[in-house]
Design a protein around this ligand. Structure first.
Ligand SMILES: Cc1cc2nc3c(=O)[nH]c(=O)nc-3n(C[C@H](O)[C@H](O)[C@H](O)COP(=O)(O)OP(=O)(O)OC[C@H]3O[C@@H](n4cnc5c(N)ncnc54)[C@H](O)[C@@H]3O)c2cc1C
Length: 468
């Protein structure tokens, strides 16, 4: 018989929950993780980061074969898309990843409780399995990591067939001729890139006057320019007023709130990508756990909710909805429960958009610094003048480093270009160590690499770049 008493029970096995479970077990805590989905890994592994990056990679390869290979002296003919095979590749990858978490649970002796978890009291979690059987488990500590779910707009119903969330857009069985994306955030733009490369006509309808509005303005302006050049259509300043489904088609109505011009587009699929909302189960409210003004679980610096031995992490609490932020919180909370000093530095959380080119940012934007009245200097360097980017014939974009005017300490780094999703780690590390642009400029960077653009941007802070 299973012993139903645990040091920690974690509800949800996304990157927050499963990482918290592994770290808890490493620290000698008797750990269980409840998951209602058939497979472990949460949104990220099942319907988020992993399948979307797989389709981005596969669709990019297809587009390269179709549009670039012949020009490069690699003669190919008869290139045909086999969408169901592409989807099988993506599905196999997802399965491998989720099985990987299963393996890690076994290796670390974590109990996987299958079913829907609910907090019955400050020390009891009930789990109802697929057959409806309910079992109670006792825990000294409970961690809520129930993640997030897609948000929609009032009056718009997501059916995951014609009007879809990102989950539906990861599994179309045919390339839509006409795809409308409501929302110009990173999820909409990544999925839009996938389907554009596979042959859809893609239109993004965005309420604001720019895409990825939280990013540094220089970056979002350049990003929009590049995506437009790739053939994605944008309707900015536009409010979607209705989405109606007629047989197997949808009609999207929207109004430009500057010109008041009304437009209507008929399409095969509509992707609603207006953000995600915290997944709050009713039991959380029943036992009196407080929410903040944005309906997220309220936590203090130690990730404690309003009930002391119940913690929350990941998308269900404040902060950017990103897998690595959830993971770091998972580690921190396990260490706090074990009596250590876990913490997360929210000033240095990188964010990447995996389009082509990629976009990567960490730290403050110019607008944020202006708002905070902090005086700063900027160094910029274009990939056009970077030898590796030129060699690879892939030189759109730039690196932008923002530093404190007085101290030269790096406050933010914003990049658009090939490989910047990998390059941002160097900048996060530099910021964690309190680096100045001088430190970066004096660090030897291998030649020829894209990372030399970082060194040059650091030199450009004091107007001394070498190659531009
Ligand atoms: C299309 C898409 C692409 C993305 N790409 C990226 C990316 O490239 N990089 C990045 O950093 N982030 C990305 N994200 C965001 C990322 O997936 C989330 O930030 C991350 O998954 C949050 O982790 P979490 O552990 O908080 O929650 P989740 O991953 O949402 O996991 C929560 C889990 O809890 C389970 N659960 C909920 N309630 C219960 C219950 N009562 N009982 C049992 N189980 C329960 C759910 O089934 C789920 O499995 C993407 C998201 C989407 C949708």
């Amino acid at each position: 018989m299973m012993d139903n008493n645990f040091d920690v029970i974690i509800i949800g096995s996304g990157p927050g929950g499963y990482v918290c479970a592994i770290r808890s077990a490493q620290l000698g805590l008797k750990t269980a993780c409840v998951e209602s989905r058939k497979t472990l890994g949460g949104t990220c592994l099942n319907v988020g980061c992993i399948p979307s990056k797989s389709l981005l990679n596969l669709s990019k390869t297809y587009q390269k074969a179709q549009k670039e290979f012949n020009n490069l002296g690699i003669e190919v003919s008869n290139i045909k898309l086999n969408l169901s095979k592409m989807m099988s590749n993506k599905n196999k990858l997802v399965l491998d990843f989720t099985k990987g978490v299963e393996y890690l649970f076994k290796k670390n002796k974590i109990t996987h409780l299958k079913g829907r978890g609910s907090i019955q009291s400050t020390n009891t979690v009930a789990v109802v399995d697929d057959s409806g059987k309910k079992s109670n488990y006792k825990a000294k500590n409970i961690v809520i990591s129930t993640g997030s779910i897609p948000a929609s707009l009032p009056g718009i119903k997501i059916d995951e067939k014609i009007v879809v969330s990102s989950t539906g857009a990861l599994s179309f069985n045919q390339v839509p001729k006409e795809l409308i994306i409501v929302g110009g955030g990173y999820i909409g733009l990544e999925m839009g890139s996938v389907w554009k490369r596979l042959g859809s006509r893609v239109t993004v309808v965005e309420f604001l006057d720019s895409i990825t509005p939280e990013m540094d303005k220089d970056i979002s302006t350049e990003f929009l320019k590049i995506l437009k050049k790739q053939g994605i259509n944008f309707k900015l300043d536009s409010k979607v007023t209705a989405v109606s489904v007629i047989k197997d088609q949808a009609v999207v109505d929207f109004t430009n709130h500057k010109s008041q011009k009304r437009e209507r587009i008929q399409c095969d699929k509509v992707l609603i990508a207006v953000g995600r909302k915290p997944n709050i189960n009713s039991d959380i409210l029943k036992i009196g756990i407080k929410l903040d003004s944005k309906n997220r679980v309220q936590v203090n610096k130690k990730f404690e909710t309003s009930i002391k031995n119940i913690y929350a992490i990941g998308d269900v609490i404040k902060g950017p909805m990103l897998a690595h932020k959830a993971e770091d919180e998972g580690i921190a909370v396990a260490e706090i429960i074990a009596g250590q000093a876990g913490h997360v530095n929210y000033d240095v959380i990188p964010a990447v958009v995996y389009t082509s080119p990629e976009v990567a940012t960490v730290g403050k934007t110019e607008d944020q610094l202006k708002e905070e009245n902090i005086k700063y200097k900027v160094g910029k360097f274009p990939f056009l003048a970077n030898s590796r980017a030129k060699v690879n014939n892939d030189y759109e974009g730039f690196v932008k480093i923002i530093v404190d005017e007085k101290t030269d300490k790096v406050l933010g780094v914003h990049m658009i270009g090939s490989h910047v999703g990998e390059m941002i780690a160097e900048m996060a590390l530099a910021m964690e160590f309190g680096a100045s642009s001088e430190d970066i400029a004096r660090t030897c960077h291998a030649h020829p690499t894209h990372t030399e653009a970082i060194k040059e941007a650091a030199l450009a802070v004091d107007k001394r770049p070498i190659h531009f």
